[in-house]
Design a protein around this ligand. Structure first.
Ligand SMILES: CC(C)(COP(=O)(O)OP(=O)(O)OC[C@H]1O[C@@H](n2cnc3c(N)ncnc32)[C@H](O)[C@@H]1OP(=O)(O)O)[C@@H](O)C(=O)NCCC(=O)NCCS
Length: 193
């Protein structure tokens, strides 16, 4: 099975039995405020999980391929975690195979934020992705009303390359978006320090 191990987390493909844990954060209004999901009901969560199971990949090869990795807590003492609990997820999609360009996204369960989990998981996934998939550049589109997420992108070494005014009509509002990016060479140079 495709897994990425970090100190505290196992990043692995979604399973249908994860839905109860996913529902805890995917239904939370603050969590989905800047991500393109509704506040999911349990039925919508099952539907989304089934779609991922049917169409998600373990590799990024062709434009449009996407992967979802959930973050499973390892069996080590944490502030309130139960080993095996899913406390967040990473999403990646290959926007262009020709340009070797992928986007990346991150979400941490509301009860587990500010403990370094998003950084730990995303850094490990980027490292894996640049080493194992044909990628030249990874980007993140971040709503300018979400500076916490922008700070996370910067901590990962991503560069803010632009701000796009009213670039998305999102959940009833026109949104200004930041484009963050990092190249493979840049990531590798930082990571080897
Ligand atoms: C953005 C998000 C994923 C961060 O998750 P997290 O697990 O709390 O992040 P980490 O603890 O790994 O923090 C990594 C860095 O992110 C930044 N950060 C995270 N939360 C922050 C906050 N509330 N305020 C300021 N900076 C914050 C900091 O730079 C932090 O590094 P530091 O701890 O050394 O200061 C989380 O807030 C979240 O899930 N938000 C809702 C979903 C979302 O908006 N996703 C992103 C869409 S673009």
């Amino acid at each position: 099975m495709f897994v990425i191990e970090t100190e505290r987390l196992t990043l692995r493909p979604l399973r249908l039995e994860d839905v109860n844990d996913l529902y805890e954060y995917q239904s939370h209004p603050e969590i989905v405020r800047y991500i393109p999901w509704p506040e999911r009901s349990r039925e919508q969560d099952i539907e989304a999980a089934e779609k991922t199971l049917n169409t998600g990949k373990f590799d990024l090869k062709e434009s449009g391929d996407f992967l979802v990795l959930v973050w499973e807590l390892k069996d080590i003492p944490t502030h309130l975690g139960v080993a095996g609990k899913i406390i967040g997820q990473s999403n990646m999609a290959l926007r262009s195979a020709t340009d070797q360009l992928s986007d990346i996204g991150w979400v941490t369960h509301q009860d587990f934020q500010r403990r370094g989990y998003a950084f730990e998981a995303t850094h490990a996934l980027m490292k894996y992705a640049f080493s194992n998939f044909p990628l030249h550049r990874i980007i993140a589109d971040i709503d300018t009303r979400n500076p916490e997420s922008a700070a996370m992108a910067e901590k990962l070494g991503m560069r803010r390359e632009g701000e796009f005014k009213d670039s998305e009509f999102f959940k009833g509002d026109w949104c200004d978006m930041w484009l963050y990016a990092i190249l493979k060479d840049e990531f590798t140079a930082r990571d080897s320090k």
